[in-house]
Design a binder for this molecule. Sequence first.
Ligand code: ZN
Length: 258
Amino acid sequence: MTFIFSIFVFILGLIIGSFLNCLIWRLYKNESVGGRSYCPHCHKTIAWYDNIPVLSFMILGGRCRYCHEAISYQYPLVEIATAILFLLTWQIEVFNPNFTWLLAHDWLIIVTLMIIFVYDLRWQMIPMNVLWPMTALIFIINIFLGYSWFLLLEFGAIAVIFFLAQYLITKKRGLGEGDIWLGLFLGIAFPSAAELILILLLSYGVGAIIGLILMAGHKKEWRSKIALGPFLAFGAIITLIWAGTIINWYLMNIVKSF
Ligand SMILES: [Zn+2]
């Protein structure tokens, strides 16, 4: 039974991932979310059998059926990543008595950060018309999970002050205005000092490593283009799923050795 549920959750993740791809593109183009999908090159409507997550991409060899223009790898990657993350969080939360709200919490965070990751990576901008409603929703869900509204606002404020200070100190070069509000989302979504510190360590750490690799490859034009948002989204997703494991490992191995 668990196996059948796992397959169902995975397929649901693929479908949501497919919807996220569509949403990201329409946000960028400022189009309505309704209406049939179309090829961004030849503008031909995509038939339902060419719009099946991952499978259609493989069958078509990653190219449009009509104009044979390459389809971005973003499409199957976002679909597979969303499916895996949905499945992992479902397995983590399934035996918890607060299952429904915890799953709503996890999936809302995954969906929001997936959109921000792709959008900010491609266009160096955080879509605020997604971030604002998602911040309000995660606030409400965390209230239902038993957090006090004061605690949530407190962590939100701390995160905002942290990013605002960095924004002012680096004179707006280190990060954008959107990152400050992404901080508000993260503070409310992860109202825990340990988890917020872990998010910062992971995102700044991975950011520094990627920056060094790009510098070594003399790809400075790339380095200057990479925004902070995708790293924060990455660090937060890892924290969402593995914070318990990482923090336990730290306490067992690092703190104990002192
Ligand atoms: Zn086409």
